[in-house]
Design a protein around this ligand. Structure first.
Ligand code: PLP
Length: 428
């Protein structure tokens, strides 16, 4: 039996209705932008494998750093002990993070980085003897799949079964073009009527919602208004961080800065899971006490796993190379040119980009949901063209590893352009 057959007999896949899912292709290797399949075919990874492989697959520098580390220390409990890889991650990352945070807390993935941020914010007020627990979040937000992260996420079919168990969250409109005023009015009325503990923001781009983009000025204004009312600012940079928006972090585009910041995905270059939550000194100080009850009682078995830390160090070292920033700039410019050329194409409702993120919203005529038929047809169309693209409903996006070549980008652009005019019914 091949790998795909064995998988079908044993495994339950994420975000998948298993009954409707055929056999899944098995990946046997990956290098740079290329993914090698069991049947000998090759795909170009135009989504950086769920947005994590920022430097491409199997980067030799990451392999070297992880290999060195595994020979020294594989894993050790992080309560009661520390180790150099964790300290180096903190020393390297803290000065790079917007807002000059002073402390770094380790967890395992984006969802747990968000859980930690929410707990930090709520317990901050608890430790200060203040009853502030409400959280503000964007409509249609996605912050992960653990319960706290789901609660601050948008309400959708993905979490209907759990909705009655969520804590109360106040959702505000995303300030996309045309909804700026509405967003600020809803925010102002919340800030007038209650004392929220925190606001959690996907800065500049909401990834899972369909690469929804809004202006830096609006992000700045929201943060400013919240700060005036003592609301803690949580930046969820799990997706937007590590260069995706053109700068290292999305908050680098604006003057206001967060109090707490969540990082994951590209931090390890896609090699190993790691979640990080950084906070400013005044938050840490509210936990720093002779009173044991004021500690942050949160941790995971693999907290600050040394191999994940080594992968993060390697990824951060790669960001120190001018070539990485040059690539980010090159991709940014290529995306912009695509937007210019294809905006207004009959089949494209909208074409937009921010940094290395390019999104094309297809006309559907009817539903725009994640589940519309077009999504599956588009997915299959791109696979046939040798491209791994994973449309979010009717939104196709290109989010390549920074090692992508101009020629490879061109292959993706041409495949998308091929759908700009022809009747989409030919796909359906
Ligand atoms: C903004 C944002 N936050 C959190 C998460 C959750 O990250 P993870 O899938 O690593 O738990 C994601 C995942 O896509 C995300 O886009």
């Amino acid at each position: 039996m091949n790998i795909s057959d064995r998988d079908q007999a044993t495994i339950w896949h994420p975000f998948t209705q298993m009954k409707l899912q055929g056999k899944l292709p098995a990946v046997v290797g990956a290098e740079g932008t290329k993914i090698f399949l069991e049947d000998g075919s090759v795909l170009l990874d135009m989504i950086s494998s769920w947005w994590v492989n920022v430097h491409g697959h199997a980067h030799p520098h990451s392999i070297e750093r992880i290999t060195e580390q595994v020979k020294k220390l594989d894993q050790v409990i992080f309560a009661g002990f520390t180790h150099e890889p964790a300290v180096v991650v903190a020393e390297k990352l803290l000065p790079l993070l917007p807002g000059n945070p002073s402390r770094l807390f380790f967890s395992d993935n984006g969802s747990t980085a968000v859980e930690v941020a929410l707990k930090m914010a709520i317990q901050y007020f608890h430790n200060k003897g203040k009853a502030r627990t409400r959280i503000i979040a964007f409509e249609n937000a996605y912050h992960g799949d653990t319960f706290g992260a789901m609660a601050v996420g948008g309400r959708s079919v993905f979490n209907t079964a759990f909705e009655s168990l969520f804590f109360e969250v106040d959702h505000i409109p995303v300030p996309v073009q045309g909804r700026e005023q509405e967003c600020l009015e809803v925010l102002d009325s919340l800030l007038r009527s209650q004392e929220p503990a925190a606001i959690i923001l996907e800065p500049l781009v909401q990834g899972s919602a369909g690469m929804v983009m809004y202006a830096p000025e609006m992000l700045n204004e929201i943060v400013k208004r919240c700060r005036e009312k003592g609301v803690l600012i949580i930046a969820d940079e799990v997706f937007t961080g590590m260069g995706r928006t053109g700068k290292l972090f999305a908050f680098d585009h604006i003057a206001e800065k967060p109090d707490i910041i969540c990082v994951s995905k590209g931090i390890t270059g896609g090699f190993l899971p790691l979640g990080l939550t950084a906070c400013k000194a005044f938050i840490y100080d509210a936990f720093y006490s002779d009173d044991k009850m004021k500690a942050l009682y949160h941790g995971h078995s693999y907290t600050a796993n040394p191999l994940a830390c080594a992968a993060a160090i390697a990824s951060l070292e790669l960001f120190e190379h001018p070539a990485t920033q040059a690539s980010i700039e090159r991709i940014t410019q290529k995306h912009k040119a695509f937007v210019k050329q294809y905006s207004g194409s009959p089949n494209f409702r909208a074409v937009r980009s921010t940094g290395t993120i390019l999104a094309i919203e297809f006309e559907t005529g009817n539903s725009t949901s994640y589940f519309n038929d077009l999504r599956d047809k588009l997915y299959a169309y791109f696979i046939k063209k040798g491209l791994l693209m994973r449309p979010l409903g009717n939104v196709v996006y290109v989010l390549p590893p920074y090692c992508v070549t101009d020629d490879e980008l061109e292959i993706a652009y041409q495949a998308i352009a091929g759908l700009s005019h022809q009747p989409l019914t030919s796909l359906l």
